[in-house]
Design a protein around this ligand. Structure first.
Ligand code: ASP
Length: 273
């Protein structure tokens, strides 16, 4: 039997002082939602926590996400299970109500790992994934235009069977070019998990996470016996030193407590174990 654990984050972007406690409360709620499902397994807990955060308007995922350079919300999400390395991602979504649901559908379908844009929307409709009018993601255009940098929401869970899962969802970076895909739907970049070692999820400048293959590097370090706290800190040092990039990571090792490290002024996170 493993000791169940869940860690959730609400992004490592520069948060206006006035929003900090509100964002922390949103992340705490997501932790509670995810933790209440831990008995259904790691995947359910991680996905439900992220699904909840897609509905928190102050977090950069789903409703309230940042705008691209056309003033449109384009969403990315990813999910992975560490038992058999199954993964699913969905990118550049404009009309999928819960991007994390589509990432799960891509993973469960199993033919591909990543679907984007129009084809991803068509697949979502065919699979009965809830769709939405793109306007519902914009709650406060002024605020969403002004989000600095950006954020992501993510969760990593370990259940009593020792299964580990990770889920992530984001609006990406503010002012991004239409069609830009970040690290969040890409296994190995924004997230990775292998039950034998642990699971990780990142937030920050997606281009840097992709170039460093950072999530995969972290799990390889766990595989080589580096302790979880050093892996998390080392990843953020590497992100800063190699590419001068802002970011944060959360990590759940095979055994032991979750970790959270970031090099930005704030990254709301919460855990349960
Ligand atoms: N990693 C996300 C992206 O680049 C955004 C963020 O977490 O700040 O799409």
């Amino acid at each position: 039997m493993a000791r169940p654990a869940l860690i959730v984050h609400g992004g490592a972007g520069p948060v206006p002082e006035a929003e900090r406690s509100l964002r922390q409360a949103a992340v705490d709620r997501a932790r509670d939602v995810g933790w209440s499902a831990i008995g259904q397994g790691a995947l359910a807990a991680a996905v439900l926590a992220v699904r909840h955060m897609e509905d928190e308007p102050l977090l950069n995922a789903g409703i309230g996400a940042c705008l691209n350079s056309d003033g449109v919300v384009e969403l990315d999400a990813g999910v992975m299970e560490g038992a058999d390395l199954r993964a699913g991602g969905a990118a550049c979504l404009r009309d999928v109500r819960h991007p994390i649901d589509l990432a799960v559908a891509v993973m469960e379908d199993g033919r591909h790992v990543l679907l984007a844009g129009e084809g991803a929307s068509r697949f979502a409709r065919e699979r009965g994934v809830e769709m939405a009018d793109p306007s519902i993601f914009i709650t406060d255009r002024k605020r969403q235009e002004l989000i600095e940098g950006a954020d992501t929401v993510g969760a990593v869970a370990r259940d009593a069977e020792g299964r580990i899962a990770v889920a992530v969802s984001t609006g990406g970076r503010v002012g991004k070019l239409p069609g830009r895909v970040g690290d969040s739907p890409l296994p190995g970049a924004g997230f990775y998990v292998d039950d034998r070692f642990g699971g990780v999820c990142g937030t920050g400048l997606g281009e840097a996470f992709i170039r460093l293959g950072l999530a995969r590097v972290m799990v390889i370090e766990l595989q080589h016996g580096v302790d979880a706290a050093s892996v998390a800190k080392g990843a953020i040092d590497y992100l800063g030193q190699a590419l001068g990039a802002p970011g944060g990571v959360i990590l759940v090792p095979r055994d032991g407590p979750p970790q959270a490290v970031f090099n930005t002024p704030a990254m709301p996170w919460a855990m349960a174990q």
